[in-house]
Design a protein. Sequence first.
Length: 760
Amino acid sequence: MDFNISKYNVKWTTQSKDSGESMPCGGFDAGANVWVENDEVLMYIDRSGSFDENNQMLKLGRFRFSFSHNPFEKYFSQELILQDGYVLISGEDFHMAVWFDTAKPVCNIEVESGRDIQVTAQYESWRTEERELAYGELGDGERQAAASYICYPGTVITYPDYLYAGTDSVTFYHRNRNEKLLFDFLINQQSLNAIKDEMYNPQKDLTFGGRLFGDTCVFSGNTSGSYAGIGYTGYALKSEACKKHRLYICFNTSQSERIGIWNKELELLCKKAVEDTSARENSKRWWKSFWERSFIDINGDKNESDTGFRLSRNYTLFRYMLGCNAYGSYPTKFNGGLFTTDPCYSVTGGHTFISEKDADHYGKTPDFRMWGGGSFTAQNQRLIYWPMLKSGDFDMMPSQFNYYKRLLKNAELRTKEYWGHKGCSFTEQLENMGLPIGLTYGFDNARWDIFKRPKYYDKTELICAATKYHYSTQLEFAFMILRYYRYTGKDISGYVPFIESVVAFYFEHYEFVHRFNACRPYDENGKLVIFPSTALETYKDALNPTDAVSGLRALISELIHLEEYVDAEYYREKLSRVPDISLGSIDGGQVINPAYSWTHIHNVELPQLYPVFPYEIYGIGLEGQNTAIHTWKTAPDRLKDHISWHQDGIFTARLGLTEDAAEINTKKLDDSGRRFPAFWGPGHDWVPDHNWGGSGMIGLQEMLVQQYGNKVYLFPAWTGEWDVKFKLHLLGGVAIYASMENKKVSWKLVPDMDGIEVIV
């Protein structure tokens, strides 16, 4: 089944107005926003794990390339070459390629010109002195970039980088000041000093940065200027005048005890970058293999004027962006990934869902993003990693799984210190040391009343109404690991302690709580009582919330079949203790309730449909499909939407509601309204909104194929108005190739597996 990905390349023939009109480029664990403005090539570069003292995710810098004569005077183009994973900028008899090594953290810049040309490569930093992070409004101030400090009454400072120029290079790095770490602040805030020395500290001695250099470059001096209202200092290298140029930007991140160690690591990497003559071809092979894993091609003979074509193109563009952080030390961030730019250009244009008052972001640095850098909102993060199962990007998933594996000890220590029992307590909004963000824990003198923590408030409880008692996302990531195992058969023994700890927390914690509330660990039917709790962030003061109940049921049901890893009999007994999913009646039909009971609705989520996605309890060919459909149809309209993390396109596809799925997923995956069509947002989060793209990917995949046990449902929610061909992955290492052309269906399984029933 042929698929020519080059038709999805993005090509511009005019220069950009500003960084908001940039194009993504990346590989391994780093990415750049690339644009050409006023005949100069500019890039912001970010790398996974670049977290400062406040846990902001700092850009590694801005890079500016100018030329001794203007190569764009008569001709200009900028194109994202998807097949090989690079950006090509062309002028009259001039080509500049920007590409990232897919095996190591190196950005390569190659320039070829028909006549001699001199290149000036300038590193630009806006972090040359201390900068206080301003308050602003709750959803707007610069503190949003450091989520723990959003309403902290004290001063918060972004500390300057270290910069120095050699004779032929510029080195830049940020080294965390150990006396200023958020880790220590949260430990003290959350009354965990007794276990501090036992806990993993990801911030101590953390140093991240890199070096810019080129074949014939020498340092040519400093400059200064301003971009998007933010002043900067520039460090310029100038090349000889010749027809070919090769420049490198090499990155190093490590928790080095001494800066000398970090520098030696960087020097070794720079040496490898220059000597590795096969890196370009190896990187091309990586991208070729990436694209061969899977694809979706809708109305492939059309162009971007066609809606179906745009959906599969934008699906592909977003998958490319995920591939840029394939092997990051941290998961791809839901709120912009590697590709945020100047905030004043992020809130204008595109699908903007914030008020005009909140839209004034001029004067904030490129490090700004809503909802923090080192803080991870699990409810959003999961949507980035679920689609990797069907797309076959299994090698990219350990970045997310290892996040929990690395933090397991901290989460278990926290549980033991607070309640004296076993299990991991990963709350909904986490900093990268496994602790709740400071905002949700609250402060004695918080700037806003809703985050003020009373003097004698229980130290084990969050103050934030949205995330208080919200632990269910750890169930979902544990379940995701088990689905990963079912798809790949890969060894998951390293993750089993996390999975078992997740289950242990729910039983140990709620048995503990109910024993105090009712003098016994279970209800009168011998079932676990999950209370006080919350159904996601939406149904508050909940008893037995459906997201947690369905998560426990799905997770333990999978564990029972993993006798090679766990005690199956133990989990059979635990499954018998899990409450039933609550059912009710609306408009004469049966519905899934969001919980057994609740007192009020706080947010706009649909936990009542979690038995449909992600937990595969109700749906096509399963029990309760009609109940789930009636649940969707009678759910309050204000809880439904297509932006950001809303999952309506997934729910409707899983339920076979073709018209609804097509309408919602079209809104989800259609052009963003920005120059790069897959830079969605800001929605609820930021630009580019990655949980917007991830949920769109899942929705489109589920419209095409679903699998429950040995039954594969082909085109379960597909409109016959669109021709399509695709390759996606199924359980057990099987791929399905399928097409629908003029409503005629064909398919094959590779390898052809006995026992799988394909239902069209």
